[in-house]
Ligand binder design. Sequence first.
Ligand code: SAH
Ligand code: SF4
Length: 401
Amino acid sequence: MTSELNSPIDAPLEKVALETYRPPAKPSLIGLSREELSELLGECGVGEKQRKMRIAQLWHWMYVRGAQSFDAMTNVSKDLREQLNAHFTVDRPEVVAEQVSNDGTRKWLLRLPGDGAGRAHEVECVYIPETDRGTLCVSSQVGCTLNCSFCHTGTQRFVRNLTAGEIVGQVMVAKDRLNDWIDRETPHANRLVTNVVMMGMGEPLYNFDAVRDALLIVMDNEGIGLSRRRITLSTSGVVPNIVRTGDEIGVMLAISLHAVRDELRNELVPLNRKYPLKELLEACRNYPGSANSRRITFEYVMLKGVNDSMDDAKLLVKMLKGVHAKINLIPFNPWPGTKYECSDWDQIERFSEYIFNAGYSSPVRTPRGRDILAACGQLKSETEKLSVRERDALRAMAMTD
Ligand code: SAH
Ligand code: SF4
């Protein structure tokens, strides 16, 4: 591609996975589609006629009631429960630490099966309560394939993709820890996890199949049942899979834009060399539903002296003409070793006001959970840096409540 050849940047666009993944000997049923469950039940000797009913029961126990063992599934025959127990689990990722911020934000460090050589893989998941909603920020990869220069995750190695079960599992863990499952006593109580954003570690559109399968389960009306309008997938701009997201998932879309000129975006989001702004915006214009109420969110991280001039604001407004958009300004979260700084608050306000006056809603995302390092671009990496003693203390904390 010409844009790539002309690029001054020689770094490879994408990293390859460093580690393989060995599924656990007894796999979890979390994250499997009804078709996959049907096949497994067949292998357990459940006849075809009975399967639909058994799957409906399992689905209800797993995704409405949040059952953590087959033993809890009292209307499933004892024989089948024993069979299931022998071969499968309903395990979610293991919580190794839980932190609660003084603003109510919660962060969980989750351990996933590793490479079989004793090295576990870890991701984080963050719950942000607000007055009218509770948003869960979910990870899609351990590390990230891409190398955005302002993002701490981008500087780390890419370990592996998460499975669909590990993605749904993050929602299950949050609901477990927040006591957010439906039970007989509170069938109509308000739910705490009302929204999901794919904005944790990783590029969701480089793990498309697993993310799609997981989100279809999170949206399934017989289960967790979140509306597609309450799920937002954030991407750095994997154009072909934006089209697939529209066709195969249909959730709300957020684009990590961060720059309005290709030259600068090539540097901040190197994937731009493969899918430049023109192609990205074309994909946004064609995103299903974006013409009416389903506005696309454009995320724009405020970097002092880099992308925060009034000329940038003007170009941004011009560029988004004809796209039904919402602009989300994110104050940059600095990390050790970064060359960037967050824009001055006055400048963020001026920038935001210009965009607002041009007719765009332009909320500045207030960083939440700063005291527990739960803000954008800080996930997992900081926890990794804690000393062994600090990590033990966190683990002990998680186990006492
Ligand atoms: N990979 C996806 C989703 C995860 S990142 C994506 O890039 O969209 C979620 C958001 O946090 C993205 O908009 C990303 O650009 C932003 N982000 C990453 N590092 C950040 C930092 N240090 N400060 C502020 N925002 C950051
Ligand atoms: Fe990956 Fe998103 Fe970070 Fe870029 S901003 S490196 S795509 S997680």
